[in-house]
Design a protein around this ligand. Structure first.
Ligand code: SF4
Length: 318
């Protein structure tokens, strides 16, 4: 059955200008479909451009090139007014629940803010009723309504951030490292909550994480990024069971294993330092670190192509 892209990036590019005519090439020419009702994980080390890509998809960052479509309608370059209707359908849950909630606002006001901005409920009492419903959906109660963010634990704060994100019944949520600031036991609770809400409300997530052990639990598909480029994209089980791109293999090898017999042969070791997005390497951006790099890798960028049920950008598989 043909899958429908809820949101699609085509040749998306984000560059930030620096002084002296330099640029940070944060996201370069990325094409990516996120299907309706799926969890697509975007993984890679910090600085690989995954958060920038997520924010550019929901127009929190203006891309410098390429296009994003939502339900088939191009949203890049739309006027603020025209984008208003799309804004409510796409939300973001931020990494740091400590920084993303205004300490001067009560929980009621934090969660009510998007409802009031978009005039969802006719009266203040109905807005408060809706806030209580949302708090219940994320495992909090009406007792929490008039408390302030500092009175909550990290996990509870992330629940408040999630309640705010689902307030307008969005179709698409970018979860930007939503559990990386939390303790492991709390991480599991928040992942379970996100999974539960996805099922209940038919949500689609772009789940951004540097932690591949977290991703396996929640993602239907995994997309690996290195220095602003996509390396490998496929179903979660396909990628975890048989990773192909050397960078994907490196990331998976780095997950601590309780059972040493679970290791897949020799551990892949990378050479060199992480290259800078200001001056990315020619050809394959991974070539300065890759143990298999050849002259071709230095000269020619490998395109993403289909191999054994996934997309991979590596000359080894051409
Ligand atoms: Fe390594 Fe070459 Fe493949 Fe890039 S294209 S990952 S440098 S083998």
């Amino acid at each position: 059955m043909e899958k429908n892209a809820l949101i699609a990036a085509k040749k998306l590019t984000v560059e930030f200008s620096l002084s002296g005519n330099k640029k940070v090439h944060a996201v370069s020419d990325v094409s990516l479909d996120v299907y309706e009702h799926e969890v697509l994980a975007l993984v890679g080390e910090s600085g690989c451009g995954k958060s920038t890509l997520g924010k550019a998809m929901v127009q929190l960052i203006r891309p410098t090139g390429g296009e994003v479509s939502f339900k088939g309608t191009p949203i890049t370059g739309m006027s603020r007014k025209a984008f208003q209707e799309y804004r409510r359908q796409m939300q973001i849950v931020f990494q740091d629940p400590y920084a993303s909630l205004d300490p001067r606002m009560s929980v009621r006001d934090i969660v009510a803010e998007p409802l009031e901005t978009h005039c969802v409920c006719p009266t203040k009492a109905e807005t408060t009723e809706r806030v209580v419903e949302l708090l219940k959906a994320v495992g909090l109660t009406s007792d929490h309504l008039y408390r302030y963010a500092h009175q909550f634990s990290g996990g509870q704060r992330q629940r408040i951030g999630i309640a705010r994100a689902i307030a307008l019944n969005p179709a698409f949520i970018v979860c930007d490292e939503p559990v990386s600031a939390l303790d492991v036991s709390v991480q599991n609770q928040i992942l379970n909550l996100l999974k539960d809400l996805q099922g209940r409300f038919g949500l689609t997530y772009l789940f951004i994480s540097h932690d591949l052990s977290v991703v396996r639990f929640i993602a239907d598909r995994v997309c690996v990024m290195f220095l602003g480029k996509l390396c490998e994209l496929g179903d979660t089980e396909t990628i975890y069971e048989k990773p192909m791109h050397p960078y994907t293999r490196f990331l998976l090898d780095a997950i601590p294993k309780a059972d040493p017999h679970q290791r897949r042969g020799e551990r892949l070791l990378l050479s060199g330092e992480l290259p800078s997005p200001v001056n990315p390497p020619s050809g394959c951006r991974f070539h300065t670190r890759c143990p298999y790099a050849t002259g071709k890798c230095k000269a020619t960028e490998p395109p993403l192509h289909s191999v054994e049920g996934r997309l991979v950008a590596c000359h080894l598989y051409e």
